[in-house]
Ligand binder design. Structure first.
Ligand SMILES: [Zn+2]
Length: 208
């Protein structure tokens, strides 16, 4: 009988133990360090053979969870699609599988993300504590606060560099669409491409 393995444990002697995917089953197998030789098998399986399809779905499930761990921001559907594309062709999935994977991804991420703040102070404290973790896709720091009482500045070195070299800077604040607990969202924009300026001037001219 094939052994379906899930959890990997390293023993004190240096060999590796794999547990059966069925949580109610006590069966496990010992292999050597290089996972090339079966050393021994402990306990018989107390259930029928798990079908290939279920095993493949479990493999995808654990891969998806691992991806969640390293990447908190890619949309769950995108990760699921990528995994399904690399899965074996004969894998049969139903809508409820996808739904379940998506649900488990949200649940897993929820544990990693901070709770929704209930006050301005809590929100600022979260931003302050996360300032060394929040990064852009180019791996640049994104949140700047010297002290928890300071205003939260969201930018990155690339943006500041562009800002310092810009001839045209537009800045304005909105009170209406500021995030919850905050009074104002103040944004600074720069004009980067000359052709945008030309287009803007033409629009301005046609409106005049
Ligand atoms: Zn078993």
């Amino acid at each position: 009988m094939d052994l379906c393995i899930s959890k990997k444990f390293e023993t004190e002697k240096g060999s590796i133990r794999y547990r059966c995917t069925n949580k109610n089953c006590q069966s496990s197998i010992y292999v050597d360090n290089n996972v090339t030789k079966v050393l021994s098998m402990l306990n018989e399986h107390n259930h029928a053979i798990i079908s290939e399809n279920i095993v493949s779905r479990q493999i995808i499930n654990s891969r998806i969870k691992r991806k969640c761990e390293n990447d908190l921001f890619t949309r769950p559907n995108k990760i699921i699609r990528q995994e399904l594309r690399s899965a074996e062709n004969d894998l049969q999935t139903v809508h409820s599988d996808i739904k379940l994977w998506r649900k488990s991804m949200y649940y897993f991420r929820k544990k990693k993300l901070p709770t929704i703040p209930k006050s301005l102070e809590e929100s600022k404290l979260q931003l302050f504590n996360l300032r060394d973790t929040l990064k852009t896709n180019l791996n640049e720091y994104f949140c700047y606060m010297e002290e928890v009482l300071n205003i939260a500045v969201l930018t990155c070195p690339t943006n500041l560099d562009i800002l310092s070299r810009s001839n045209h800077i537009f800045a304005d604040g909105t009170f209406l669409h500021s995030p919850k607990y905050y009074d104002q969202l103040y944004t600074i924009h720069t004009l980067q491409k000359e052709r945008n300026r030309v287009a803007f001037m033409q629009v301005k001219k046609s409106l005049a």
